[in-house]
Ligand binder design. Structure first.
Ligand code: BDR
Ligand code: CA
Length: 311
């Protein structure tokens, strides 16, 4: 099985990523850690527990991590896209899982260090605060994980500013730490995730399941779709975070290119930009992987198939 640790800020697309991971045979969720992002830490943690309940993930560790960026200011949330709760739309069930009493960063360090080397993949889909803090606390995690496959950034565009994507924009210093560590990072950014649009036919596939999980996804899309249309002008919403999960567990579905990513920390107009070198300018090592193309049909077959396996 592929073992993943999901570091999330649910968030509609984070929530769908959790459901898909739970429904895929051969994928084991080692732990779920939460980080302040789409909403406050308290709200996204509550959402994570509710989604884990819908997914039937009893027994899975869920722990709350960092509540604000590493260096600058308070958490930057996005209520326009994800609502006041961070997961508006579905009625959230009372969680049937307890919150693990440990700090999320401790859970990341302990889970990585307890795993056999090269067997655990980190899939961060929120601001990178927890992952950066875990690296500072235990640098040895860098050689122990199999890889890091994150949703964030982009090589041609942003979505908060013209240059910067939300997960990087909201904690650029943390992103800098993560991209600079000696491990393999795959950037699944907006260039890739804007190919994963939950079009009306996809919506209908979830509706036709007639299950609790399928209904939960429909209720999420009924909020997320119109919110995305109003804020970003999309006909159908992109399910960003699911793309990172899919690259981690079914790499054939996401084409990557070697590149080198620097996170802009100081630009007047470009703070949080993932400046991506795909050519090896100045003789630089192309030590990251950058996602470029999605096999859209197989992606949705995998995603809907996984959700269809849930109760
Ligand atoms: C990213 O920001 C959040 O709104 C989503 O959950 C996703 O992780 C997209 O820019
Ligand atoms: Ca997210």
């Amino acid at each position: 099985p592929v073992r993943v640790l999901l570091d999330v800020d649910p968030g509609h697309d984070d929530a769908l990523a959790i459901l898909v991971a739970a429904g895929l045979p051969g994928v084991e969720i080692a732990a779920i850690t939460t980080v302040g992002g789409n909403q406050t830490l308290e709200k996204v943690t509550r959402n994570a527990l509710a989604v884990a309940t819908v997914a039937g993930l009893e027994g899975t560790v869920v722990a709350a991590g960092c509540d604000r960026p590493l260096v600058t200011g308070a958490v930057i949330t996005d209520p326009e896209t994800h609502g006041a709760s961070g997961l508006d739309g579905p009625v959230l069930p009372e969680p049937t899982l307890p919150l693990d009493p440990r700090h999320g960063v401790d859970v990341i360090v302990e889970t990585v260090m307890a795993a056999e080397p090269g067997t655990l993949t980190l899939v961060p889909t929120g601001p990178l605060t927890n992952i950066a803090t875990a690296l500072r606390r235990e640098p040895a995690i860098a050689e122990r994980v199999a890889e890091v496959v994150l949703m964030g950034g982009g090589y041609t565009k942003g979505n908060v500013t013209p240059a910067a994507e939300f997960n990087i924009y909201t904690d650029p210093e943390a992103a800098h730490v993560v991209f600079s560590a000696p491990w393999r990072v795959t950037m699944v950014g907006l260039d890739l995730t804007h190919q994963a649009l939950a079009t009306p036919d996809v919506h209908e596939r979830f509706r036709a399941m007639g299950t609790r999980a399928g209904g939960f996804v429909v209720d999420m899309l009924n909020f997320f779709g119109p919110a995305y249309r109003a804020k970003q002008g999309f006909d159908s919403p992109p399910v960003h975070d699911v793309c990172a999960l899919v690259r981690a567990v079914a790499p054939d579905l996401v084409t990557v290119r070697p590149g080198h990513v620097d996170v802009e920390l100081h630009g007047q107009h470009t703070r949080g930009m993932t400046v991506t070198d795909l050519q090896g300018r100045q003789g630089r090592d192309l030590d990251h992987l950058v996602a470029t193309d999605l096999d859209v049909r197989r992606f949705w077959d995998l995603v809907t198939g996984a959700v269809a396996r849930l109760p």
